[in-house]
Design a protein around this ligand. Structure first.
Ligand code: IPE
Ligand code: IPE
Ligand code: MG
Length: 252
């Protein structure tokens, strides 16, 4: 049995996360360690995206949400931003046949209008081409930050109230969640961050209220199926209590 099969055999198929979110970090350091350009790290990172998507799909995970480019990442040097935008368009186009083969649906989250027209069109084309797929939903967070989405939701709610279409009394957690771009998507069960930093970097602040957090020093381009499977095993060993006691959970 190879290493991946060995780790996968430890997984309980009845306790798989429905939704896994990932902060794909460490591309730049991966490249630097090899004396290469940061762009080489971003390029290599595409292979990891391919691998985690494939394994999620094979394991029947419902939703995979990837942080590909943050609102704050617009402040990086122009050349790096341009390369990232080019790579995002190039990768989504290259991956489309495989996504279709695996019945994967692409959903875009973020201020997509800020993405340059070339890659933006490729993203929209891929989203539209996979709209009928019923397997894994792959949420790509691009030009995204959670404070951005929360502010947008607040603005929409205020606008509806101003027009008399929403009574402030009706605003509860479900109503608020329905205004976020993640509406209809269950909250992540597991959030994985690669690259060794133990921070959230403006990601899914509302949605991860009760997610299990998994931080690994492995740099994103080195994060393959084996590392992912290890994170899933770790997740299954945790007891999620949601505010209750251990005894309550045992009898639930
Ligand atoms: C993650 O890798 C990719 C993006 C943020 C777009 P980084 O580019 O942040 O890599 P490090 O953290 O500098 O190593
Ligand atoms: C977070 O990574 C954003 C993405 C992975 C897209 P960063 O590398 O930008 O995070 P910080 O700024 O170091 O926290
Ligand atoms: Mg980083």
């Amino acid at each position: 049995m190879d290493e991946l099969q060995n780790i996968l055999s430890q997984l309980d198929p009845r306790r798989m996360p429905r939704h896994v979110a990932m902060i794909m970090d460490g591309n730049g350091r991966w490249a630097k360690k090899r004396g290469q350009n940061r762009s080489d790290g971003h390029y290599e990172g595409i292979t990891s995206v391919h691998n985690v998507t494939e394994l999620s799909s094979d394991l029947g995970i419902g939703y995979l949400t990837l942080y590909a480019f943050s609102t704050e990442n617009w402040n990086r040097p122009t050349e790096e931003v341009e390369t990232l935008m080019y790579l995002i368009g190039w990768a989504i186009e290259r991956e489309l046949p495989e996504l279709l083969r695996n019945n994967v649906r692409i959903h875009l989250i973020g201020d997509i209008e800020r993405i340059p027209e070339g890659p933006r069109k490729k993203l929209f084309d891929c989203r539209d081409a996979t709209a009928h797929c019923t397997g894994l939903q792959l949420n790509m967070c691009l030009s995204y930050s959670s404070r951005w989405e929360i502010t947008e939701a607040a603005r929409r709610i205020a606008e509806l109230a101003r027009r008399g279409e929403l009574d402030p009394e009706e605003i509860d957690e479900d109503k608020f969640a329905s205004m976020l771009p993640t509406a209809g998507i269950p909250d992540p069960d597991l959030l994985i961050r690669t690259g060794g930093e133990e921070r959230i970097s403006n990601y899914l602040l509302w949605q991860i209220a009760y997610s299990e957090l998994y931080f690994t020093p492995v740099l994103w381009p080195d994060f393959g199926k084996v590392e992912y499977a290890r994170a899933l095993v770790d997740f299954q060993q945790r007891e999620r209590r949601f505010g209750k006691t251990s005894e309550q959970i045992a009898t639930d």
